[in-house]
Design a protein around this ligand. Structure first.
Ligand code: UDP
Length: 146
């Protein structure tokens, strides 16, 4: 982490989930990140392995939605993105909107582009790191060479 003035420049991991890639929304989601003023540091279209997803979603292991979530995340390519800027971790979560796309506010990625496709909140287009610690861990998992 570097500092400019008094506000730290952070990085976050964003994933465009398989539903977003399948629906052709990768460009629109990247556009919103850039339009907000964040910088794209790395972008890679990748097919996640079970091992990577087990590490990524370790905190959810044992929950009823865990196995179907991993299966969904394996159902097609994912666009992994590292975005940078002051406040980017809460800032991207704000752009993404609430976990449940039905409830997510209009103006957000999930609120504008997402809906319930039958599994309520599973297919919600994007992931965004929720803390500095998660961001560092997740960027290390998805971009080990960064
Ligand atoms: N999820 C799900 N069912 C649930 C809760 C979550 O399938 O009941 C999925 C959903 O795709 C969500 C992800 O698990 O984005 C991680 O959940 P979390 O609560 O961390 O939500 P997020 O931080 O992505 O908003």
């Amino acid at each position: 982490m570097t500092t400019t003035g008094t506000t730290a420049v952070s990085r976050t991991l964003v994933l465009v989930k398989p539903d977003g890639v399948r629906r052709g929304l990768s460009g629109e989601i990247l556009r919103r990140i850039e339009a907000k003023g964040y910088t794209l540091v790395a972008v890679e279209l990748t097919h996640a392995t079970d091992e990577l997803l087990a590490q990524h979603y370790a905190e959810h292991e044992g929950k009823p939605f865990y196995a179907p979530l991993v299966e969904f995340m394996r159902s097609g390519p994912v666009l992994a993105v590292v975005a940078e800027g002051q406040g980017v971790i809460p800032g991207f979560r704000s752009l993404a909107g609430a976990t449940d796309p039905t409830a997510a506010a209009p103006g957000t990625i999930r609120g504008d582009l997402g809906r319930d496709w039958g599994l309520k909140v599973q297919q919600n287009l994007v992931h965004g790191s929720d803390s500095e610690e998660s961001a560092a861990r997740e960027i290390g998992l998805w971009f080990p060479n960064l």
